[in-house]
Design a binder for this molecule. Structure first.
Ligand code: FEO
Length: 623
């Protein structure tokens, strides 16, 4: 029985999941399974993007047959000839004799290598930036060699702004009923497997990944359809930002990954004490026993953390076997830009330290901390200063901004706080986010604010502080009435763009709304992504310089849903797109409110964010 998913009105996921596979590519465990994605575009011509692994052939054929209905298949775009995506190609060619194979020259050669097929007469061979019109849709082909094989290309549908990205942006893990990354808690439940997939499958090819990202940056992308894992249609910068870091081998987080090989627990003991010393100083740590944890997990974590400690006993006058395999793997995956510290152990002839140092030196931009510790069987009290010195050297190698305040200092009640006003402290206040709406004659308007609060219970009064630069402010000052729509956690970023990043003076912020919703006072409210609406009549306006504080009597209040209200912090963590770092060599400042990046060495004191209109106080330097 078919099991397909609708991606857009004329694009369908016709892939399948495999939860029985033990080892992907025979090397990587996939405890959560894996998806093989294939997509069918039903335009005037029908277009299939890749096929699937032979293990899920039957489900895929049922899906494709159902999605096609009584139509024939006109094109199959082969983006990647690795058999997890091309195993069913031969069957497709036989079943649909009229199908044209869209591919590049190298893919055509690989087809002949994998199958006893000569498809040249049926091939539509494409090169960089070639296009194919299929009716309403126009496909553009972009070469992506070594992401992950040399023949790889990706396809861009400029009509619907969809990037079919081959292996890029893929993940381990079956889809389990969802298709879109925004249907799941991606950061919590799927990011680790996405990183593990990236690091192990394409991690070696960071230069080629960066090159593909450069090409992609010229495209308006509203959706990414990879060959494994989830489709991205919201918060695309979340995954783009990760790929930007991974492609450049830059760590995601400042912290220390400690990997140890310990036969009788003494090397582990030293590693553990080091972890405690680092934690006491507020440094994030994670630890792995290399003899227990699969190498693919540790390789993945190496792409995450800024610092690596390798602690290994000596074995047969060399590095312990599992540690040796790991460092060979790290070198093979091209790990770069990390700071490494080494602990060796050996009861009669410790040698693993120098050997580890030599291996890690094969990687680019690896800083090895000088204070190597050499244990003789076990750590003794007399060596504690060495361990403390290693911890201090690791901490000193963190950039200033990444050094958290040690717990002991934070608790020191005798430390006097600076006698200044730190604007960052204001961001510690908890706020909600609201659409404030007003009406003046025929003009409806609204803006985003974060400063609504109840003042009294009887009568029910609220206050709202509104920037005088907002047109809504002037309308409330004139009419004395407003509505507050309380936003929920499902609110998409475009609502903030709609009401926050343009002026009501020269635009209609409700343009494109299908239906008009008004409260009893005749003022519009927002019906979606909102859990409650409050109407209020102003009783007092307090001039606060840049803002007016409106004190108002609540005249109507109703609940729309039980979804949780969005907080300012939630918006920053989960809704606001994360700014992408500027391309290499460029410097800049990022607006913490809307993510706008001003690429320049300097930021003038009177600079105003062109998107959200906040001043220099909300900008921070990108490094
Ligand atoms: Fe998913 Fe490189 O194949």
């Amino acid at each position: 029985m078919h099991c397909i998913k609708k991606v857009t009105d004329d694009l369908f996921w016709v892939g399948a999941n495999d939860r029985r596979l033990a080892m992907f590519e025979g090397v990587y465990s996939v405890p959560d399974g894996v998806s093989y994605n294939s997509y069918l575009l039903t335009d005037e011509k029908t277009v299939l993007f890749d096929t699937v692994d032979k293990a899920v052939r039957q489900r895929f054929m049922e899906n494709l047959t159902f999605a096609l209905g009584d139509r024939d298949l006109d094109y199959i775009v082969v983006q990647h000839m690795e058999p997890d995506h091309s195993a069913v190609l031969q069957e497709i060619v036989y079943r649909y004799p009229g199908v044209k194979i869209v591919c590049n020259e190298k893919i055509l050669a690989f087809i002949e290598q994998f199958f006893d097929l000569n498809l040249r007469s049926r091939a539509h061979v494409v090169a960089e930036n070639d296009q194919l019109e299929t009716g309403k849709h126009k496909l553009h082909f972009i070469m992506a060699p070594m992401v992950h094989w040399p023949e790889v290309m990706v396809s861009y549908d400029s009509t619907d702004k969809i990037l079919f990205s081959a292996d890029a942006f893929g993940s381990f893990g079956a889809l389990n009923g969802a298709l879109f990354a925004d249907e799941v808690n991606f950061a919590k439940d799927y990011m680790d497997e996405t990183r593990r997939y990236y690091a192990n499958i394409v991690g070696k090819y960071g230069t080629q990944v960066s090159s593909l990202l450069d090409k992609a940056s010229a495209l308006a992308i509203e959706m990414i359809c990879p060959l494994h894992g989830f489709v991205w249609r919201k918060n695309i910068t979340e995954i783009l930002l990760k790929y930007t870091l991974w492609g450049k081998y830059e760590p995601e987080e400042y912290g220390v990954m400690i990997v140890y090989a310990s036969v009788y627990g003494n090397t582990e003991n030293a590693a553990e004490i080091l972890a405690c010393k680092l934690r006491e100083n507020g440094i994030k740590t994670t630890m792995f026993d290399v003899s227990v944890i699969p190498a693919s997990n540790i390789i993945s974590e190496a792409f995450r953390w800024s610092h690596i400690v390798l602690a290994s006993t000596t074995y047969n006058a060399g590095i312990f076997v599992t540690m040796e395999a790991l460092v060979n793997d790290l070198v093979a995956h091209n790990i770069q830009n990390r700071t490494v510290a080494i602990i060796e152990n050996g009861s009669w002839a410790p040698a693993s330290g120098e050997l580890l140092r030599g291996k890690m030196k094969e990687c680019k931009n690896i800083t090895i901390i000088d204070n190597m510790i050499s244990l003789k069987s076990s750590l003794k009290q007399t060596q504690m200063p060495e361990l403390e010195s290693m911890a201090a050297a690791i901490i000193a190698s963190f950039p200033e901004k990444a050094r958290p305040m040690p717990a002991s200092a934070a608790q020191d009640s005798h430390a006097l706080p600076p006698a200044t006003v730190d604007p960052q402290t204001m961001f510690k206040l908890s706020y909600g986010l609201f659409v404030l709406t007003a009406r003046d004659g025929d003009k409806d308007n609204g803006c985003i604010i974060n400063t609504v609060g109840q003042i009294t219970e009887s009568p029910v009064e609220i206050s709202a502080s509104v920037n005088k630069a907002n047109y809504t402010h002037d309308m409330i000052l004139k009419t004395g009435e407003f509505n507050v729509s309380i936003l929920t956690e499902s609110v998409p970023f475009r609502v903030f763009q709609q009401f926050g990043f343009q002026s009501g003076k020269d635009s209609d912020k409700f343009a494109g709304s299908d239906q008009v919703f008004r409260a009893k006072n005749g003022i519009r409210y927002i019906p979606k992504y909102v859990n409650g609406v409050i109407s209020a009549k102003v009783t007092e306006s307090i001039d606060c310089g840049t803002h007016t504080q409106f004190i108002a009597n609540v005249t109507q209040a109703f609940t729309l849903s039980n979804e949780r209200s969005v907080t300012y912090q939630y918006y920053f963590d989960n809704i606001k797109p994360k700014p992408l770092p500027p391309k290499s060599g460029k410097k800049g400042f990022v607006c913490r409110v809307c993510g706008y990046v001003h690429e320049s060495d300097t930021l003038p004191d009177d600079f105003i964010c062109p998107l959200c209109k906040h001043g220099v106080e909300v900008f921070e330097r990108l490094t």
